[in-house]
Design a protein around this ligand. Structure first.
Ligand SMILES: NC(=O)c1ccc[n+]([C@@H]2O[C@H](COP(=O)([O-])OP(=O)(O)OC[C@H]3O[C@@H](n4cnc5c(N)ncnc54)[C@H](OP(=O)(O)O)[C@@H]3O)[C@@H](O)[C@H]2O)c1
Length: 264
């Protein structure tokens, strides 16, 4: 299927590894020109070079921390200069803020809100005027299932995620007349570094002895009985940014192997 986005320009935040990296790779395979960012300069440059070598595509990188407004401005400015504008924004940079109410701190929640809620909003604010002027734009927010189905262990992430779902729906309504489509994806457990960083905590939460057992119990909640792979997330993200998805806006797609059991 021709996705119809060859030559478009995309910014993928937090793309030095995991879901963001795979999304950038798939865009490059489609002939999309890409700007990636991350905080660690060495990992970011290694990824940029590998993606360029693997795909032969045009890929740039800027070291940027999405909790810092000046970094976000520099990222979008550089992308605009190097790519001649931004048609597609993937708000992906982020982490999970897990742990129950008893261990949640104001500082921890503020950090999560700065990264995912304000980080996403600020990037959207900067790219939207260009998309509106061109009457073409795609924005995809990486959220997470705890925004739809509160889980005591995912308290901090759930607070942020439900705000992001509201932002996605509200902006899809506001930007619709400009042909700027705003959608979200809600991953379940995906086998990335993020899972590794949370494995110990989940093991304690589930009261099991090994990481393997925690993974098995977590996966059992999914209809498909396994974790997702970054490429399975990227397949859907890239499709939502394509010409083939031209009538899809305001959705939050569960990419969780059937973990959430509710009707939305
Ligand atoms: N994996 C899952 O199971 C899962 C589940 C639900 C939701 N999600 C969401 O999916 C997204 C991607 O997750 P992932 O699993 O691919 O994570 P990951 O493997 O940890 O990768 C995260 C990427 O984002 C970058 N990053 C993190 N914080 C950043 C910041 N403040 N500014 C700029 N870059 C930043 C990281 O690079 P640096 O560390 O070098 O900055 C890295 O490139 C996240 O928003 C996450 O919340 C993931």
């Amino acid at each position: 299927m021709d996705l119809g986005i060859k030559g478009k320009a995309a910014v993928v935040t937090g793309a030095s590894r995991g879901i963001g990296r795979e999304t950038a790779r798939q865009f490059l395979e489609e002939g999309v020109r890409v700007m990636i960012c991350g905080r660690n300069a060495e990992t970011l440059e290694r990824t940029r070079a590998e993606l360029a070598q693997q795909t032969g595509g045009e890929v740039h990188a800027v070291v940027a921390d999405m909790t810092k407004p000046a970094d976000i401005a520099r990222l979008i400015d550089t992308a605009t200069q190097k790519l001649g504008g931004v048609d597609i924004l993937i708000n992906n940079a982020g982490q999970m803020y897990s742990g129950r109410f008893a261990v949640m701190t104001d500082e921890g929640l503020k950090e999560q809100l700065e990264t995912k809620l304000f980080g996403f909003l600020r990037a959207i604010r900067l790219v939207y005027p260009q998309m509106k002027a061109r009457r073409w734009g795609r924005i995809v927010n990486l959220i997470g299932g705890a925004g739809k189905e509160p889980d005591p262990y995912m308290f901090g992430s759930g607070i942020t995620n439900s705000g992001l779902l509201n932002i996605t729906k509200s902006l899809s309504t506001e930007f619709g007349e400009d042909n700027v489509l705003v959608n979200a994806v809600c991953p379940g457990w995906v086998a990335t570094n993020l899972w590794q960083r949370n494995a110990q905590g989940l093991q304690e939460e589930l009261g099991v002895k090994s990481e393997e057992e925690a993974r098995r119990l977590a996966a059992r909640k999914n209809a498909l009985g396994r974790f997702g792979k970054p490429e399975e997330l990227a397949n859907a993200i890239v499709f939502l940014c394509s010409e083939r998805a031209s009538y899809i806006t305001g959705v939050s797609l569960n990419l969780d192997g059937g973990r959430l059991k509710g009707l939305w």
